[in-house]
Ligand binder design. Structure first.
Ligand code: COA
Length: 337
């Protein structure tokens, strides 16, 4: 067994320039909602949407440039691309391949996963394991989403549509130099497919017969994400604290030893409940949902980047990163920054 340890070498993110406020959802799309309703229930004030012609891979290219800069790594050094998205540019091949060509690193292996809001953590777990075996040395981990093109931006779809925004986040994962205390300590992952249909996008899919895009997909709205909001909420507030405590127990650490929590951003009210359950003071719980909405797999690298830029995430800190999402999937990473 190799004794290589692994760490996050640098993070970066990119959001498209177009800001869509809660009032814009009413004015531009005619959705029967209000800034007051959205802020009260979710904390979201605005999100970003891509302009025509911009793809998921384009967002990832910009985020990756920043992550490489922060890590001090050249793109030629990247030896694996791991890509999480639920809003791929095309059904196949994976968006990681389109990204690889745009980013200009031919020959580097590229892999997509579909683990929604927990996607970044699933990839961090893989990257951590692959670096520790010594097989790869500079893994580019990406979470990128173009939600705006998949949402039902009408009153019928308002429960889901108001929550999500477009963004990409990226991290470079590599081995620790001797004496470097920074480290991915562990990532703890879970799933419960019994809840798969509580937050899902049904069509297109090969479960349909005889063709994967049913003729009535628009009328039945099976082409739009559907959510059982209350069930998602109740499970998220239970699972996120649970898995943070599991991660801490694994290392015989206490919650009071955690310097910063950088959680997934599904709903500010979920995160407030999680912070309360874990007795984490507000200043140790880093939220970004107000400005970006829920950006699924891009969310945690956005949080890490913003926390570092604001001077709240410093070298040597113990950082917990819990996430919960469709699947249901959930997990938590514990990192010495
Ligand atoms: N604007 C205005 N009204 C809305 C609305 C919107 N965007 N969305 C729903 N409503 C209405 C509903 O139609 C309903 O009206 P009715 O009482 O006349 O039927 C009312 O608000 C309450 O709806 P409900 O679904 O019970 O609201 P809620 O209190 O459960 O809050 C969420 C809805 C989405 C904010 C909440 O369930 C939630 O945050 N769930 C978790 C979502 C999540 O995190 N998803 C991503 C996971 S990774």
């Amino acid at each position: 067994m190799s004794n290589v340890r692994s760490k996050i070498m640098g993070v970066g993110y990119y959001v498209p320039p177009r800001v869509v406020t809660n009032d814009d959802l009413v004015k531009l799309y005619g959705i029967d909602t209000s800034d007051e309703w959205i802020q009260q229930r979710t904390g979201i004030q605005q999100r970003h949407y891509v302009d025509p012609g911009v793809t998921n891979a384009d967002l990832a290219v910009e985020a990756s440039k920043k992550a490489l800069d922060a890590a001090g790594v050249k793109k030629e050094e990247i030896d694996f691309i791991l890509y999480a998205t639920l809003s791929p540019d095309h059904e196949f091949p994976g968006t990681s391949c389109f990204f690889q060509a745009k980013f200009g690193i031919p020959g580097v292996p590229a892999m997509d996963i579909r683990n929604q809001c927990t996607g970044f953590l699933y990839l961090l777990s893989m990257a951590n394991a692959l670096v520790r075996t010594g097989q790869y040395k500079r893994i580019l981990v990406i979470g990128s989403e173009v939600h705006s093109r998949g949402l039902d931006l009408s009153t019928q779809g308002r429960d889901v549509a108001v929550l999500f925004g477009d963004a990409a986040g990226a991290a470079v994962v590599g081995p620790c130099a001797p004496g470097d205390q920074s480290e991915i300590l562990s990532v703890h992952l879970h799933a419960d497919g019994e809840h798969a249909k509580d937050l899902w996008l049904e069509a297109p899919g090969c479960a349909f017969h005889p063709f994967r895009l049913p003729k009535d997909a628009l009328e039945t709205r099976s082409i739009y994400p559907q959510m059982n909001g209350k069930t998602v909420f109740l499970n998220a507030v239970r699972r996120m604290p649970e898995v943070v405590l599991e991660a801490l127990k694994h290392h015989n650490l206490k919650m009071s030893e955690v310097d910063l929590v950088v959680p997934h951003q599904a709903n500010l009210r979920i995160n407030e409940a999680v912070a309360k359950f874990l007795s984490v003071p507000e200043e140790k719980f880093f939220n970004t949902i107000q400005r970006f909405g829920n950006t699924t797999a891009a969310t945690i690298p956005i949080g890490l980047s913003e926390a570092a830029a604001q001077g709240k995430l410093k070298k040597g800190m113990l950082v917990a990163m819990p996430a919960f999402g469709s699947g249901f999937t959930w997990g938590a990473a514990l990192v010495r920054w």
